[in-house]
Design a protein around this ligand. Structure first.
Ligand code: GAL
Length: 873
């Protein structure tokens, strides 16, 4: 086995008998003395209780929970001490508790997503939180084995990447600790309660009603790991690599390694050795030899303490990390080993990138190149899959966004899964990494305000330490529309306090807040490194645009729209008349209250928002603005503004099932203008009573000139005026037949497009996402199969709502179905779903041990069935 193949396994399970050829002294590592990271995702027993089943709560056990955050409390005198008294016992946490009748499942898991939807007007969970049963107490139990050696000479940790929320953990009946913020990743030291043989782990999560403004998901929805380490090891997220003096010839890398000695008595001297490898962008493999090595350093760490070891090196000819498409996301991996004598006792990998960032009055520069932010806000859920993290689902979201030209994502309004940032590093996406939606003043009664004072420091420090080596992270955000922005000096002081913590943990990036209410003259605004404006920059209603006012007061400060637009629409739904303006208020027009749909002409925004067209015009009129983060890229669960009775949002330019809305092409025409595309709306399948009625036709394209034909008759040539972004023929009169558009750019033919009145639905047509017809067994890989209802010619029938029945053969399993309709209350796991405006989606996985072929079949009454065959890899 070569060093590169050993190192490229993501550090999940370190290889045995490793002989590191790169080192002059032979350093021997065995299975007993290097890091093991074991997935604890499989094999849990689970039960959810709608009411509190155990008479315990965070409030009751807080004294035992708070010390879990102690590694992140700077002032040691403020670190809570675990009470010497035993916490009240709870039967669910007892090893002998009989959980046979509980549900068996694997993590990541979101208990709420399977529904049913709570459709009553005043149901306990309303539209805002997605009408799904996120509330209640969930208990998770499983066992794992430990060896005598683990017990006597190891530190054994439980790493939970995210549990919603108020997680508390017991090992063998002993309360170990916990972490309330549901988006945090945290570590618990199991060692004191570990025994040789079978160990029983029990985790309680508690999700309150009104704990979030949007769908939180529920349960242990991210990965869980068992990490076994030598007593002396690299601490949790314990490395920090930064670069400076970057030129084509060299870059100075500064490294800090936190070495932790968890032994109770013995201090230990270790040598810290860190080699830097190039990571191949295509294969992800590391080079055979290190390209640089940090000077070795010896350190003695006393029992129970931690020491930081600093070193620097000059990296020759650095391959820079930068955003696509103009730059390449080159990555390095620093492999840190701790040596005790000749023995390697820990090996830890840190992925990082070398790049420069600068922020100024005209925006962001990465490696000296100004990068205009073409960004989107993204919530953490995956639609019908809920919040349970899944790499394939996240990849699909990112791929569809970058195809359109998105170069940046804001993780509104909470820390993402670790894997999402890895993905952004690899894909060259700039991340605005955000931690909080609320500080001390509530937005909804049970949100973060309840724990802000006790947890903000631990949450903020652990968040930054977790994410600061990711080159993709270019901006931190420590709040969104916090109520404190209107509280004068009080709010300013909170902001400065949080910012100073952030600065202590990372000196290399600037930070922002999403401000919808802090004005250009407010003290609060001056607390921001980067002025992040929600909606007010481009103008809200009749007020604004306010970019010039902010820029006048803060000429050297980068200004971005941390949120823009908030246009709402239902894919494929068009309502008349169409507003003549370039942006309208959806509370007044453009909606169908009976059916709870919003017109997809994409001109109708929430009262505080604006159409994309209006946002683009403001961004272009004030070219110093650094860019925008559209609210939102994908639709998400909850926040079904303007219809609280619905279950998911109307904001995305991609719907909840992953089907692009018309707006997708409007953003593409601006953000990826080399794509030769023309997109026509609306569909041309209107009922007889529209014949002869004015039915405006709009076209999205990067072209600058276009001619529309209705049944062969020209409707005139249009040129794009300055600060306009769509072609619109608002006087077109409907007659069935054909719309055809011909476009030109700079006088040369660009793209043509046709929309026809279709025939009746005749068949179903199935396609796999990106024509990917292979699937890996085991459940983590997913296949996204789209079904279109088509006529005899194969054209999608735009208003078809046929009920489709899905089935799979072989080792396949249907995970969920969807259609992108925010009003559809059929539970996501259902194998039957109506098409929404011609389309539906089925998500399939291959069971563990599956092999051969999986056939996915879609049937609907009176229509020819469709199938796709997936090959299990
Ligand atoms: C903003 C808020 C977002 C979302 C959006 C919808 O005010 O920050 O979280 O609610 O409105 O328009």
């Amino acid at each position: 086995m070569t060093v590169s193949s050993l190192l490229s396994n993501g550090g999940k399970l370190v290889a045995l008998g490793l002989l590191l050829l790169t080192n002059p002294v032979a350093e021997v590592a065995t299975t007993h003395d290097v890091r093991e990271r074991i997935s604890l995702n499989p094999g849990w027993k689970f039960k959810r209780f709608e009411e509190n089943p155990d008479d315990i709560s965070y409030a009751k056990l807080k004294a035992w929970i708070l010390p879990t955050g102690n590694n992140f409390i700077k002032d040691s005198s403020k670190r809570p001490v675990r009470p010497s008294a035993q916490p009240p016992s709870v039967s669910f946490a007892e090893p002998r508790f009989d959980d046979k009748s509980w549900e068996s499942l694997d993590l990541p898991h979101d208990w709420a997503v399977k529904g049913p939807f709570l459709t009553e007007k005043y149901s306990i969970i309303g539209g805002g939180e997605g009408r799904l049963p996120i509330h209640g107490v969930g208990w998770y139990r499983r066992t794992f084995t430990a060896t005598r050696d683990d017990v006597t000479s190891k530190s054994v940790y439980l790493d939970i990447d995210g549990a919603m929320s108020y997680a508390m953990v017991w090992l063998n009946g002993n309360l170990v600790g916990g972490w309330p913020y549901g988006y945090a990743s945290f570590r618990l030291d199991l060692t004191p309660y570990l025994k040789a043989g079978t160990n029983n782990i029990a985790i309680r999560v508690d999700n309150a009603v009104a704990s979030s403004r949007f769908y939180s998901g529920a349960g242990i929805y991210r990965n869980v790991w068992l990490t076994k380490l030598s007593k002396t090891h690299v601490g949790q997220d314990g490395t920090y690599i930064t670069s400076k003096d970057v030129s084509a010839k060299s870059a100075t890398l500064d490294l800090v390694v936190a070495v932790e000695n968890a032994a109770s008595k013995k201090s230990e001297e270790v040598e810290v050795v860190t080699d830097v490898y190039v990571r191949d962008t295509e294969t992800g493999k590391l080079g055979d030899k290190p390209v640089a090595s940090f000077p070795r350093a010896k350190v003695t760490v006393k029992a129970g303490e931690q020491e930081s070891v600093k070193s620097s090196l000059a990296l020759p000819n650095p391959r820079l990390w930068g955003p696509r498409p103009s730059q390449e996301p080159n990555l390095y991996v620093a492999v840190t080993r701790l040596l005790s004598g000749r023995k390697t006792i820990d090996k830890y990998e840190t992925r990082f990138g070398v790049r420069t960032l600068s922020y100024s009055g005209d925006g962001l520069r990465v490696n000296g190149e100004r990068i205009y932010i073409q960004g989107v806000n993204q919530h953490h859920d995956f639609g019908s899959l809920g919040s349970a993290f899944n790499v394939r689902a996240a990849e699909r979201q990112f791929e569809m966004l970058t195809d359109l030209g998105v170069n940046s994502v804001r993780t509104s309004h909470n820390p993402p899964a670790r894997e999402l940032l890895d993905m952004a590093d690899e894909m060259g996406i700039l991340m605005l990494d955000e931690i909080f939606d609320t500080w001390a003043v509530a937005k909804v009664v049970n949100d973060f305000n309840l724990i802000f004072n006790e947890w903000y420091e631990a949450d903020l420090r652990s968040f930054i330490r977790r994410d600061r080596n990711h080159p993709s992270v270019v901006i931190w955000s420590y709040g969104n529309e916090v109520v404190e922005q209107r509280t004068g000096t009080v709010g300013y002081n909170v902001s400065m306090k949080l910012k100073s913590i952030l600065r202590e943990e990372d000196t290399t990036r600037m930070c922002t807040l999403g401000a919808n209410n802090a004005g250009p003259n407010d003290e609060f605004t001056s607390s921001m490194d980067i002025i992040g404006l929600n909606y007010q920059g481009e103008g809200r209603g009749d007020v604004g645009p306010l970019f010039p006012d902010f820029h006048k007061n803060f000429p050297d400060t980068m200004i971005i729209s941390t949120e823009s637009s908030s246009v709402v629409s239902s894919r494929g739904t068009y309502l008349f008349p169409v507003t003549p303006g370039n942006s309208a208020n959806v509370s007044a027009e453009g909606f169908d209250e009976d059916n709870m749909h919003v017109s997809a002409y994409d001109l109708y925004a929430v009262p505080w928002g604006a159409s994309p067209d209006k946002v683009f015009a403001a961004q272009d009129a004030y070219p110093y603005v650094g860019g925008e983060y559209v609210w939102t890229g994908w639709d998400y669960l909850g926040e079904p503004t303007p219809f609280d009775m619905a279950r998911s949002s109307y904001f995305g330019f991609i719907d909840l099932a992953g089907f692009p809305k018309d707006r997708y092409y409007l953003y593409q025409s601006r953000w990826n203008p080399t794509v030769k595309m023309a997109h026509i709306l609306p569909h041309w399948n209107w009922a007889d009573d529209r014949v002869g009625e004015v039915t405006p036709v709009h076209v999205f394209s990067a072209a600058d000139e276009a001619e529309l034909f209705v049944n062969g008759k020209s409707q005139g040539i249009q040129k794009k005026e300055e600060l306009t972004y769509r072609f619109r023929w608002d006087e077109v009169v409907y007659a069935p037949g054909e719309l055809h558009v011909v476009t030109w750019k700079a006088g040369k033919p660009w793209a043509n497009a046709t929309v026809r009145t279709t025939g009746d639905a005749a068949a179903l047509k199935a396609t796999t996402y990106r024509e990917r017809t292979t699937i890996k067994a085991g459940g983590e890989d997913l296949s996204f199969v789209s079904i279109a209802v088509v006529d005899a010619k194969g054209d999608t029938v735009p208003l078809a709502s046929d009920k489709i029945t899905f089935s799979v053969s072989g080792g396949g399993e249907i995970v969920s179905t969807d259609n992108g309709d925010p009003t559809d209350m059929v539970p996501f796991p259902s194998h039957e779903r109506k098409a929404f405006n011609g389309l539906a989606l089925v998500v399939v996985r291959a069971k563990s041990g599956a092999s051969g072929k999986i056939t996915v079949t879609a049937k609907a009454e009176g229509l020819k069935a469709a199938e796709v065959v997936l090959t299990v890899e």
